[in-house]
Ligand binder design. Structure first.
Ligand code: GDP
Length: 448
């Protein structure tokens, strides 16, 4: 999902040129591209218009700090607005009601309600340590009831037994009584869907909602249905007091627009994403921030931009960027300077997952860089080297390694490891410096 949008936006940002300030002229093409990208991703037109208006208003006259490019500043604005469009933060399930808290799932047939009911039950049981009872009220499709019973057995969650000749409301009421009797924390009610919106289905869902008084009435919608998802969402929102949305099948090749528009047109938060057919690992809480980063497809450039703006000495960054651009001359002095800077910026751990490409570092190196104490030891080792050694690490043979270990209060294997790390870092920086973004962007190079 979103590949299309990501590619488009990436291209747009590459094309964005300008100096010093974002202006009507230098952003108009970028805005046009963003607009097109959103429309192509199936975002509803009014949502797109509103979005573009906001980005434009924010971007106009925005200063571009020296170590950033206009493209990066623009990305941050688009990112912030995307996050806002999708609801700013993760909205958790409200389970504060006196137990059993009832969660009712509604949506069209095939949207993934039954699968999602089971996923949600497992999630609540495992992550929130809740006692859960499941029930299907889809009396029209015995297969759907059987499907839920089967899923329940698979994941070890009890499913209230039902017969097809009962009324959905009676089933739900009795299941609620049962959940009360068993002292369950949560009752999840799966409802019947239809292939299209129809008044009978809505009336039944309304009746169910009145009967069991859910704290969460979640609308389940298939992300692959694009514009239709928006229309369906509108209809359900008009008929039912929805409290949130679960967007399913986001692992498929949907164009992703639904995630952006559903929240905007219903005003209801997306609470979870369905990310696979499997009940285990098939559900994730929805985080607007992460989704926005995913849409932009460039790691969390945005917080980097913020941190860089605040912390990095620009001249120093520029000199470093120069070295990286040339792909050589990055020595242990620079490595130490980087360690210090990263330390000032709150340690590598906070940056690690934000830097595109960082995930490619060997796990061992990642682990070490995430450990702040390790930082200091690394610095101590470098401090114990002579200036000559820092510039030309290849002269550091066995006897020098012993001396450095002694001087820094570490040991030879640690020194060896640092040198190895440095070498790997150098390799990675060269790769990134060649235009893949990442550190070179962080350090203020113009993305090419
Ligand atoms: P219902 O009719 O609304 O109850 O829908 P089902 O739960 O029966 O799901 C319909 C189909 O969608 C099934 O084949 C599910 O395996 C599939 N499905 C549900 N959620 C997801 C998801 O997040 N990702 C993928 N790839 N498939 C899903």
């Amino acid at each position: 999902m979103f590949d299309n949008l990501t590619q488009k936006l990436t291209q747009t940002f590459k094309n964005l040129r300008g100096q010093g300030r974002l202006s009507e002229e230098n952003i108009s093409e970028a805005l046009r591209e963003v607009r097109l990208a959103l429309l192509e991703a199936d975002v509803a037109l009014p949502v797109v218009k509103d979005f573009i208006g906001r980005v434009k208003a924010k971007a106009m006259g925005e200063e571009v700090t020296r170590s950033l490019t206009p493209g990066q500043v623009f990305i941050k604005i688009v990112h912030d607005e995307l996050v806002h469009l999708m609801g700013d933060h993760n909205d958790r399930l409200d389970l504060s009601a006196r137990p059993p808290a009832v969660i009712l799932l509604a949506g069209l047939q095939g949207s993934g309600k039954t699968t999602t009911s089971a996923k949600l039950a497992l999630w609540l049981q495992e992550k929130e340590k809740k006692r859960v009872l499941l029930v299907s009220t889809d009396v029209y499709r015995p297969a759907a009831m059987e499907q839920l019973a089967h899923l329940g057995r698979d994941i070890g969650v009890d499913v209230y037994p039902t017969r097809a000749n009962e009324r959905p409301v009676d089933i739900a009421r009795r299941a609620l009584e049962e959940a009360r009797r068993r002292n369950d924390d949560v009752l999840i009610v799966d409802t019947a869907g239809r292939l299209h919106i129809d008044s009978e289905m809505m009336a039944e869902a309304q009746e169910l909602a009145r009967a069991v008084n859910p704290v969460e009435l979640l609308f389940v919608v298939d992300a692959m249905t694009g514009q239709d998802a928006v229309n369906t969402a509108k209809a359900f929102d008009a008929a039912l007091p929805l409290t949130g949305v679960i967007l399913t099948k986001t692992d498929g090749d949907a164009r992703g627009g639904a995630a952006l528009s559903v929240r905007a047109v219903t005003g209801k938060p997306i609470k979870f994403l369905g990310v696979g057919e499997k009940v285990r690992k098939g559900l994730e809480p929805f985080h607007p921030e992460r989704m926005a980063s995913r849409i932009l497809g460039m790691g969390d450039i945005v917080s980097l931009v913020e941190q860089v703006q605040q912390e990095v000495d620009e001249d120093q960054a520029r000199r470093m960027a120069d070295k990286l651009r040339k792909g050589k001359g990055f020595d242990l002095e620079d490595f130490r300077e980087q360690l210090r800077q990263l330390d000032r910026m709150g340690g590598m751990a906070s940056l690690m997952d934000k830097l595109p490409g960082m995930g490619e570092l060997p796990a061992e190196v990642q682990g070490q860089l995430q450990d702040n104490k390790q930082f200091r030891r690394l610095e101590a080792i470098i401090n114990s080297m002579t200036a000559e050694e820092r510039r030309h690490p290849d002269i550091i043979k066995a006897s020098r390694r012993r001396r450095i270990a002694l001087g820094s209060g570490t040991n030879v294997p640690e020194v060896n490891r640092l040198l190895k790390q440095f070498e790997q870092m150098q390799k990675m920086l060269k790769k990134m410096g060649k235009g893949k973004g990442g550190l070179s962007r962080l350090l203020g190079m113009n993305p090419k």
